[in-house]
Design a protein around this ligand. Structure first.
Ligand SMILES: *Cc1c(COP(=O)(O)O)cnc(C)c1O
Length: 381
């Protein structure tokens, strides 16, 4: 595939070649565990599906093209992809993790990494200088999300990468909230991009999957070895579903951004709301960075309720189109209270989410219907 194509075109065609034996335009689902060998050790590139599978290769080729790099690996979940990167660390190593991260990443740090003698420091990476302060002689990795979940803080990926690389530290970016359509961390200097494919890439709330994308061939070999040894692979059927979802990524992201921008503007003036947090609003602390680093501001909005925690808990029960559920990035709109749901794992910690914060995953329904739903639910709160 010609990687000079634009991302809209790559999303549809990269890795998705018609089947050479039948001409089927859709790359088939290779539901197979093993592959016939012509002679001992002589094969057509596939040996066993824990190592590689053609349906997975088709998806991985596509994901690599979307992040404008050479290598991608698909995983059984976003957390499996994250854990695969953390498996590069050994006891005695130190990792810096953004202070506002996915609840599962926080749990991985506290319940797996720290007991395994890996040192962890949570740092607010909106100020790159804070990273400088946190770096120690044994620091091996910086793990960050931008925009963060759920406070939608931004980190300057290029600035973080410059500081980290001066100390030979790898930079991994969880790019789930932005998707490759809105942000391409590797082009800004990051070493590894991680995605929960479950969210915007898959886009239809029908699959759990993760991915890593990167440029360095040696690092790719290490990560692939960890994956095929530990076995955190997605099934062929799921890879096919993710590939199908990705074909409409560009269209979906445009509408997610459009709907979220309109709702954020409207919500920020609503009397029941103390503050609407959205990178596209001019009063967002990193609005200028968002304009520079991202192609659009995304589909996620967080709101702080004027009426505090009780208003937050009431609101999520009153909406009808905005469905109460964890997860995000699907075509349908979702609503949740992070401290009791996605971020329960950090509820008693120094990085606990504001109990009055409600997180919206704005879907691609008609904007008027979404606004009417929120207006009715907010009335009288
Ligand atoms: C969902 C999510 C993950 C974890 O992905 P799974 O596919 O659920 O394992 C990691 N990071 C972010 C930002 C997420 O939203």
């Amino acid at each position: 595939m010609n990687n000079n194509y634009k991302i809209e075109t790559l999303a549809i065609h990269a890795g998705q070649e018609p089947d050479p034996t039948t001409g089927a335009i859709m790359s088939p689902i290779y539901q197979t565990s093993t592959y016939v060998q012509m002679d001992i050790g002589e094969n057509q590139g596939y040996i066993y599906s824990r190592v590689d599978n053609p349906t997975r290769t088709a998806l991985e080729t596509n994901l690599a093209a979307l992040e404008q790099d050479n290598h991608a690996l698909a995983f059984s979940s976003g957390m499996a992809a994250t854990n695969n990167v953390m498996s590069l660390l050994h006891s005695g190593d130190h990792v810096v993790i953004g202070d506002d991260v996915y609840g599962g990443t926080y749990r991985l740090a506290n319940d797996i990494l720290i007991p395994n003698k890996i040192e962890v420091t949570f740092v607010d990476l909106t100020e790159p200088d804070a990273l400088q302060q946190a770096i120690c002689s044994n620091t091996k990795l910086v793990w960050l999300e931008t925009p963060t979940n759920p406070n939608l803080k931004l980190a300057d990926i290029a600035a973080v990468a410059e500081i980290a690389h001066a100390h030979n530290i790898l930079v991994a970016v969880d790019n789930t909230f932005a998707s490759p359509y809105l942000q391409q961390p590797l082009t800004l200097g990051a070493d590894i991009v991680m995605h929960s494919v479950t969210k915007y890439l898959g886009g239809h709330s029908d699959v759990i999957m993760g991915a890593l994308a990167l440029n360095d061939a040696e690092l790719y070999e290490k990560l692939h070895l960890i994956q095929y040894t530990t076995g955190s692979i997605p099934a062929p059927q799921d890879c096919w579903l993710a590939s199908r979802g990705i074909k409409t990524l560009a269209l979906r992201m445009e509408r997610h951004c459009q709907n979220a921008m309109a709702l954020a503007q409207w919500l920020s003036d609503h009397p029941a709301i103390e503050r609407a947090i959205y990178p596209g609003l001019p009063d967002h602390p990193q609005h200028e960075l968002a304009k520079r680093q991202m192609r659009g501001f995304g589909g996620m909005i967080s709101i702080i309720m004027q009426g505090g925690e009780s208003a937050a808990r009431k609101l999520v029960k009153k909406t009808k189109l905005f469905t109460l559920a964890v997860s995000l990035g699907g075509v349908e709109s979702l609503i949740e209270v992070p401290i009791g749901m996605t971020h329960a794992s950090s509820a008693d910690s120094e990085i606990a989410v504001n109990p009055a914060l409600v997180r919206l995953s704005v879907g691609i329904e008609h904007i008027n219907d979404l606004q009417t739903d929120l207006a009715a639910a907010l009335a009288g709160l």
